[in-house]
Write a protein that binds this ligand. Sequence first.
Ligand code: CTP
Length: 377
Amino acid sequence: VISEAAEALSVDAYVIGGFVRDHILERGEPKDIDIVAIGSGIELAKKVSELLPDKPKVQVFKNFGTAMLRSEDHEIEFVGARMESYRSDSRKPIVEDGSLEDDQNRRDFTINALALKLNKDGFGDLLDPFNGYDDLKQRIIRTPLDPDITYSDDPLRMYRAIRFASQLNFMIEAESLKAIKRNKDRIKIISKERILDELNKILLSDKPSKGLALLFKTGLLKKILPELTALQGIDEKDGQKHKDNFWHTLEVVDNISENTNDLWLRWAALLHDIGKAPTKKFHKKIGWTFHGHEFVGAKMVFKLFKRLRLPLNDKMKFVQKMVLLSSRPIAIVDDNVTDSAVRRLVFDAGDHIEDLMILCEADITTKNPKRFKKYHS
Ligand code: CTP
């Protein structure tokens, strides 16, 4: 239908971005479809609607020169090909009309700049000026332009690079990774909501540690979750060491991700040891302790959720509860199980006992799989 509409208006039209990327990667049918017209995207959208049997409503965003319509399960966005330039204090670009190449130039990554022609003449031709197809096959995230420009223009792209690396299990090309380290301070012009969207996508990937480790190594994690990066490192006193609670946390997040897709349970895994940095103490007789870290951690969850504008509702309470309870089963196992201790735990966990089991399994198995068996029984 889009092809027909483009013919009727005598404009060139292309499908571009995530749809093409996911189609080539065979990631299933993408819901969002981005169309670029060499001309008016709004007129093309209106024509497409006319030709569709159900004549869907076209939402026009005049200020952006874009239009959107929903058809079946798809959200289709139309834009006229454009050229973008940026000022240093904003990620909102100054926009001018441009060619398809200009439009591909303004894109974040070579794998997101691939375009497929939709006109009759040349239907299905792949327009790939930056060898994005090869990057897709070699699983590489690379920017079409100098990465310092791409990331400085729109610093959210630093998070997007890491999110795609985590979601798709891709590698970030070396120069790009260095540029992220250099430009990390620019992230301050990006709203928390947008950063969180990306962070949640990283947490929902198959192996979140991939994205979290990249965020840590580039210095971006410290900017958003300093409580978490404070867990990194091992102290030694009188020949006694504790474990590195940051890398342990990433292991727990990966472990839990094998057993649940629930975002909030994954957040609970990410924050389950959050109270350990401020409670760390060394006692000559006992060695390293984190006494009371569950209670301190549960309070930290509240502050952290508030600061990051995460939902301060049931989901926060759930994560707090998990943080509070998650180390108790370990204590029960260590103290040898007593009926009353188990009963107390089950009572406290309430309806969330299954979730608590999943979290504890993820946590305990990183330390000692045998111990989990004992707890489980
Ligand atoms: N894009 C960009 N810079 C951004 C955001 C988006 O260049 N900061 C471009 C990319 O070409 C991207 C397209 O706009 O492919 C659509 O963006 P979006 O819908 O946010 O992402 P997708 O690539 O479609 O991926 P996903 O749906 O997984 O977010």
